[in-house]
Design a protein around this ligand. Structure first.
Ligand code: CP
Length: 310
């Protein structure tokens, strides 16, 4: 099967900084004037394939397609025939009945197999290595809040995970100073190529001094300590307890934030009492719900770009 070159969004790694900037500017326009983009995706179909649960990713992609005149089809991996055959064959078929696809899978390799056979653009809706749509929404949140990106100081406290790889990629592209407070880095979690890029730009600080890291930050960000599919699974009870013990000193709470005026960010779903104290979720400095609302314009901009509809 001969394939023409198709642009996908897997990790931001193969995107130029200037292309990320164009998407951010477009996302801002979409957020400020959504009606201007009504009808831009008329008669276009998005396939949304989920191997894992989701609230925000599903709703914002589906709402985004609806608002731009297109249609989104939700597919649950477990109730389709993905378990019966090769991933690639299903991806090739889905490409024939859609204009763009988004997939949330457990293993990055499964996403690459989908991409290999896709003949329409494929968007990573979160895998174990990257969460690129979340990171673009996070950058839009900072941009809308501050009016500029260069020199913004973002501190992340938590496990080094998929979100961190995507934050490193986007912070490097936008000149955001990223401080990582990651007492736990699971084996194989770090994308070393992305990390080298942000290190080369002098934009990465790594520390375990959480108080110093939040003091002068503009934004303080956290995420779940335990992957969503393991959080309520009794088989992972011991691992969960061990992580909680290690991570609790790094919880975002009023004591930690006492001397900081940073805005508080979380990509959701929130686990109150774990990575963030409940009182911080509705704190005057919290921009968590604004951040989650930005998934919609950020992903509209991504879809418009991948479909050349701008
Ligand atoms: N942040 C995020 O991706 O949310 P969902 O898991 O609910 O989609």
């Amino acid at each position: 099967m001969e394939k023409k070159a198709i642009k996908h969004l897997i990790s931001w790694k193969d995107w130029a900084d200037q292309d990320l900037r164009k998407i951010l500017e477009l996302a801002r326009k979409v957020k400020l004037d959504p009606l201007r983009f009504q009808g831009h995706l008329t008669a276009k179909t998005l396939i949304m394939l989920f191997q894992k649960t989701s609230t925000r990713t599903r709703v914002s992609f589906e709402a985004g397609m609806t608002e731009m005149g297109g249609h989104a089809i939700f597919l649950d991996w477990h109730t389709t025939n993905f378990n019966l055959t090769e991933i690639g064959y299903e991806s090739a078929y889905l490409s024939t009945n859609s204009h763009i696809m988004m997939a949330r899978v457990k293993k990055h390799e499964e996403l690459l197999e989908l991409k290999e056979w896709a003949t329409v653009p494929l968007i990573n809706g979160c895998c174990n290595k990257y969460h690129p749509c979340q990171a673009m929404a996070d950058m839009l949140t900072i941009y809308m809040d501050r009016g500029s990106m260069e020199g913004a100081k973002l501190t992340y406290l938590g496990v080094h995970n998929n979100v961190v790889n995507s934050l490193m990629a986007t912070c490097a592209a936008f000149g955001v100073e990223l401080t990582l407070v990651c007492p736990l880095t699971p084996e194989g979690a770090v994308d070393e190529e992305i990390k080298q890029k942000i290190v080369d730009k002098g934009l990465l600080v790594e520390t375990l001094d959480q108080k110093a890291a939040v003091k002068d930050a503009d934004y303080v960000y956290t995420d779940t300590w335990i992957d969503m599919e393991f959080f309520s699974n009794p088989d992972f009870k011991a691992m969960k307890e061990e992580r909680i013990k290690l991570m609790l000193p790094y919880q975002i709470n009023e004591t930690l934030m006492k001397d900081s005026s940073a805005k508080i960010m979380h990509d959701m779903p929130i686990h109150p009492g774990y990575e963030i104290a409940a009182e911080l979720v509705k704190h005057p400095n919290s921009i968590i719900f604004e951040q989650s609302s930005n998934r919609l314009p950020a992903q509209k901009a991504i879809m418009l770009t991948l479909l050349n509809e701008i």
